[in-house]
Design a protein around this ligand. Structure first.
Ligand code: NAD
Length: 481
């Protein structure tokens, strides 16, 4: 078992008093994947100070050289993807194929921003004075904080850190304590590609000890956070007024199944969208709004499909569902399975799995409830696990009204063959990402991503070219002679 360090000002540092925490394998908690510093407030202050000290030289570094670092890091992630994927599967639980894909996608993200960032500039403005030039410059903000969850432990950090670095910012990066190793590998990739000391500072530890020190620091000009709505709203509220925030938060994503849908395809969308990552994707499907005319048939086919799924360690490519990633999350899922049994009709699953392969891991069978109504907690609250709620709808209008009756608005999907439903759905649904005959999960590196309502603070989108906007400020220059 390896003991990892923070990286502050380019130096590997342990917490002053040596306190650590263990990164555990949720498929077998006897397996300690790594040991990391349980950092203290002083470490967090040191990380912010190191970033501040490195900022000026980095912002003045030619953009082609900044791009070269990102490109070098992309190559490193790609070369080591198989090894890093094993580590990710061990620390987070997802399948080895998904873990590898996540490292490859992160390499693609680094390359995208290396190129796109080089043509991201200001505008010039026509005016009457021939001896004057008026233009805007896009400048970096300074020190930015990147705080990330455990479910996409490398791709979410990559899509925040890459646009921050290419635009000339210095970063303090705090990954989730439940999967810090994959973020460490991203940091390692950038460092070995030539990132100067202090430009990216990696620090681990609890939100309670180091979170507020970072987010309340007036030196930190922006916070890009992905995680729960409660934590994001708390950070957004308590950040200094001058701090820009980008909050990617929870979801309660619907899949509408219309009366004309290809039902096998709809089942596939429900299973892949709802249960890949064992339901632990912010974009995961959790509400199935099914037209009354096909509800029975759809439910039968869904159950038949669920019975074929293999549950077990993500290391075995034959398994379809891995473990729940953390003990806390396991308890949440089992609690909601109980709530579902009390308030709705229980169709399938929701049990903790015991026995040989499951004994030391956090395994549950996927749960399905039907006759779910809008007022029920399993229809309203984010569970973040393999729990599906079937809600009957009478018409397209009823489906849209029920889908939109949620405080969240991250992603939404519809299964239909009717072009009129497709077109209207894209306009009527309150979601930042809209999918037609596609899973709610999955988004492109080069397209904007974010939610509406309590799923995002919404002012800045991540991913794509729009991901660069958050990390820059506009300066307007009037240049005479
Ligand atoms: P979480 O909110 O518990 O933690 C996320 C990160 O924030 C962790 O690094 C944590 O240590 C840190 N943190 C928590 N409170 C903090 C505070 N007060 N100050 C500073 N840092 C703090 O979330 P999680 O359990 O790791 O992840 C699951 C959640 O993430 C789900 O709600 C899911 O919907 C959401 N998520 C959203 C997206 C998206 O793009 N919208 C993507 C993935 C996950």
């Amino acid at each position: 078992m390896t003991e990892f360090r923070n990286l502050i000002g380019g130096e590997p540092t342990a917490r002053a008093n040596g306190k650590t925490f263990d990164d555990l394998n949720p498929a077998d908690t006897r397996d300690i994947v790594g040991r990391f510093p349980a950092s203290a407030a002083a470490d967090a202050r040191a990380a912010v100070a190191a970033a501040a000290a490195a900022f000026d030289a980095w912002r003045k570094t030619p953009i082609s050289r900044r791009a070269k670092v990102l490109l070098g890091a992309a190559d490193y992630l790609e070369t080591n993807a198989a090894r890093f994927a094993e580590e990710m599967t061990r620390e987070e639980g997802k399948s080895i194929a998904l873990a590898k894909d996540e490292f490859l996608r992160s390499a693609q993200t680094l390359r995208f921003y290396a190129i796109e960032g080089q043509s991201y500039g200001g505008e010039s403005f026509p005016q009457d004075d021939a001896d004057m030039l008026v233009y805007t410059a896009r400048e970096p903000l300074g020190v930015v904080a990147v705080i990330t969850p455990w479910n996409f432990p490398v791709s979410i950090p990559a899509r925040k850190i890459a646009p921050a670095l290419i635009t000339g910012n210095a970063v303090v990066f705090k990954p989730s304590s439940d999967a810090p190793l994959s973020g460490y590998r991203l940091t390692e990739a950038l460092v070995q590609a030539g990132l100067p000391k202090g430009v990216l500072n990696f620090i681990t530890g609890s939100a309670g000890e180091i979170g507020a020190v970072i987010t309340s620091s007036p030196t930190v000009r922006a916070i890009s956070f992905t995680g729960s709505t409660a934590a994001g709203e708390e950070i957004h509220r308590s950040a200094p007024l001058t701090t820009r925030t980008q909050m990617e938060l929870g979801g309660k994503n619907p899949l509408i199944v219309m009366e004309d849908a290809d039902l096998d395809k709809a089942v596939d969308l429900a299973v892949k969208g709802g249960l890949s990552l064992t339901g632990q994707a912010c974009t995961g499907t959790s509400r199935l709004l099914v037209h009354a005319a096909v509800k029975r048939e759809f439910s039968e086919r869904l159950l038949a499909k669920l019975k074929t799924l293999r549950i077990g360690s993500g290391m075995d490519p034959k398994n379809d569902l891995g473990p729940i990633a953390t003990k806390k999350q396991l308890e949440t899922v089992l609690r909601y399975a109980d709530i579902g049994k009390q308030e709705a009709k229980h169709l399938y699953g929701g049990e903790r799995l015991r026995g040989e392969h499951y004994e030391h891991g956090y395994f549950v069978s996927p749960a399905v409830f039907t006759d779910v109504t809008q007022a029920m907690r399993i229809a309203r609250e984010e569970i973040f696990g393999p729990v599906l709620a079937i809600i009957e709808v009478a018409s397209y209008e009823d489906a849209i009204a029920k889908a939109n009756d949620s405080e969240y608005g991250l992603c939404a999907a519809i299964a239909t063959r009717n072009p009129r439903y497709m077109h209207r759905f894209a306009q009527d649904i309150q979601a930042g990402t809209v999918k037609i005959n596609r899973t709610t999960t999955g988004n492109l590196v080069n397209a904007p991503f974010g939610g509406l309502k309590r799923s995002s603070t919404a002012s800045f989108r991540e991913s794509g070219r729009s991901g660069l906007e958050f990390y820059t400020q506009i300066k307007t220059v009037y240049q005479g002679i």
